[in-house]
Design a protein. Structure first.
Length: 365
């Protein structure tokens, strides 16, 4: 009987032949996958450049679905390092859509792309107040996606008569330059990133790319990037990744459902990061006469009724709108103190400026 070593192929030759049948991109991706998927003792993690390469290969289709799914789960279990997220930010900044530089201060928001399911969102309304104050406001989102399939910024803006989720990228840029509001709608504007969504659906858990989506901005140089978080390690990770990636200023908010909406019924927790150093913020809406329960989301039609009323300074969403808009006018440097910022937000809402902007944008869309 012929032994394996005496046969026409050695085990090493068999392995080499099998490897040779893999495309070169998949062979390289397998090497990088081994850095994060080899177990607690032997996994080394990725350098910044390698993390950027991994993401670029996934976006370019140079890895199989099996490899991509394996990486997303392995990276989630191992937990990403700030250096890795910085490398992934490099790739999104290079390959993702980019708005034209604005001739106004810009504030950019990162919220979970899988949306909201429980509480009525305020961010689309807050964005209108900030834009009415002269800020450029950048939102990011997608079509409903895993794991929550909740209400998205695009759907909420559409409910207000603002079809930004359907506008081509050139139209978004023109709208941003004229009116100061833009929405990066991933399924329309960033097809390569959207191509990973079916795999994310199959694995059923948020991968670290979901954290990347909170940190990235499609504007080249926002004065302030705002992201939501739930767990304290995510906040620290975001701040370190921002610092490595050259984002000098960021605001982390422990907002409703992991977003950026400050609660009005309890203490609001946030931190303003400058060059990696935090200014901790613990704030109470009740101290400013704005304590209120957070309304449930309900249907999009029900949300629209609450939202339109809030833009006129009425209804259960109005206190939260003034609270959030004032907070961000303060932290963006538009107003020198929280008190004056809340007064400014109240004027913009009750004076009709935010609602007038909504109607202007609806006509332009």
């Amino acid at each position: 009987m012929t032994s394996l070593s005496e046969g026409p192929q050695t085990i090493a030759a068999r392995r080499a032949a099998a490897d040779g049948r893999l495309p070169a991109g998949q062979r390289r991706f397998r090497e990088l996958l081994a850095r994060v998927g080899s177990g607690e003792r032997t996994s080394t993690g990725l350098s910044r450049a390698e993390a950027g390469e991994v993401l670029e290969r996934m976006l370019a289709g140079q890895a199989s679905d099996a490899q991509i799914g394996a990486f997303l789960i392995a990276h989630r279990l191992r937990r990403p390092r700030a250096e890795e997220l910085a490398g992934m930010l490099d790739t999104y900044r290079r390959l993702g859509p980019r708005l034209p530089a604005a001739h106004r201060p810009v504030i950019s928001f990162g919220t979970p792309f899988d949306g909201r399911t429980r509480t009525a969102p305020l961010l689309p309304l807050t964005a209108l107040v900030l834009a009415a104050a002269g800020l450029g406001v950048v939102l990011h989102g997608s079509a409903p996606m895993p794991v929550k399939y909740g209400a998205t910024p695009g759907e909420l803006l559409q409910a207000l008569g603002l079809p930004l989720q359907r506008l081509p990228w050139a139209r978004q840029g023109a709208l941003f330059e004229r009116h100061g509001l833009a929405l990066m709608q991933q399924d329309l504007h960033f097809a390569a990133a959207q191509s990973l969504v079916p795999i994310r659906q199959q694995i059923g858990k948020r991968p670290p790319i979901a954290t990347l989506e909170l940190l990235w901005s499609c504007h080249p140089d926002p004065i302030l990037t705002v992201c939501g978080f739930v767990h304290a390690p995510t906040e620290a990770l975001a701040a370190e990744a921002w610092a490595l990636a050259g984002q000098g200023e960021g605001l982390t908010v422990k907002g409703l459902e992991g977003g950026v909406d400050l609660p009005t019924s309890r203490v609001a927790v946030a931190a303003h990061w400058r060059q990696g150093e935090p200014e901790r913020l613990l704030l109470q809406a009740r101290d400013h006469g704005l304590r209120a329960a957070e309304p449930e989301l309900g249907t999009l039609g029900q949300w629209r009724e609450l939202a339109v009323a809030a833009l006129r300074g009425a209804g259960p969403l109005a206190p939260g709108l003034i609270w959030n808009a004032g907070f961000l006018l303060w932290r963006s440097g538009t107003s020198p103190s929280l008190e004056t910022a809340l007064e400014q937000a109240d004027r913009l809402v009750r004076g009709g400026a935010a609602e007038a902007l909504r109607q202007e944008l609806a006509a332009a869309g």
